[in-house]
Ligand binder design. Sequence first.
Ligand code: AMP
Length: 366
Amino acid sequence: MTTYLNDLYSKLEAAYDAALLSGSLIFTASETQTTTETEYNVKCEVCYAPALALKPKGITPVVESKTHEKIERVNPFLPHDPALFVANASEHHKILLNKFCIVPHHFLIVTKDFHPQTQPLSPEDLLTAWNALQALKNSHPDAIAFYNCGARSGASQPHKHLQILPITRPTPITNLVREVIQRRPGRKETRPGDHFTVPIPCIHHAVLLQDPENTPGKDAEDILVEAYIKLMDSMLMSMREYAEQEHLSEEEKDLVMAGGRASGLAYNWILTREFMMMIPRRQESTNLTKEGITLNINSLGFAGMVLAKTPEELELVKKRGVIEIVAETGFMFGKGGESRSAEEEVQKEKEQEILEKQMGGALSSL
Ligand code: AMP
């Protein structure tokens, strides 16, 4: 185990308190409202932070370069604000506090050198996020790590950064995964290392992680890299199959195929101490109304948590449900690539469960 992350939580607390006091960090208070999404049998969360609506859009200032030839964006992570620095997280990563947080101690794992946010995660990125989750095991056992990769993923900064939300309760997706992988008579058992899905639209690719302590011959890095490659493989396969459908419009095909090219791929990645998942993205925001009220969605949306900044947004999200609006930004793959509506997707999962029950668990022994 790395020593970089020793006493991580006390370091986070000390840096956070000082940054808040000096005004280097802006915490916005919010109220969390729970939605009951009866159709999916899950509760989701809408974080309501009206103060954020008052802030100007575009938190990174745009400046003119010295030569006045082109406009350049300031990279807030290189150089970073020293007041937001917490610790080094590995030889090539540093931990910075999120300057604009709604959850205290929300932090970023940022590459020390510039790497683009469109790049896949490296073994060291994966291990560093894992080590940070392990370092918070006692204070925040349900913390989640996430990576918004690519143009339509909801990322706002182009310098490679993973994020960790040190929350003190399981996210809606963690609750759902725990429910799905529970051993039940007649249900196929999900074993560590297995691929699984959850019965909500657009989340088709998840892996239950092996425990490095109990997996002879593999260390944490092997397990993480294996899971990441497995998810990337199956996600790209689903996208290819989806694009091959005859009835798909050229526009839709283009969108999926652009995702298949490394430069155009956009996906959200979620890691907890139990599972890893990958969700390909078709669009960055969801349309709350036909009149153009949109909501940006990132990995946290697929964890069942969205942010509303106005009373109108709050009402619209609660009315339509978090799952429904988040699903609009992903792809609904079916078996064999055919697309399905959210309702069909849930119906299909239910049918599969009934079939497995009828077969008296015979499928689980396959
Ligand atoms: P994303 O929007 O997913 O790309 O995440 C980037 C995060 O960086 C956002 O949550 C911002 O709040 C945060 N952020 C923006 N500017 C800074 C900064 N100067 N220092 C630290 N964090 C920042």
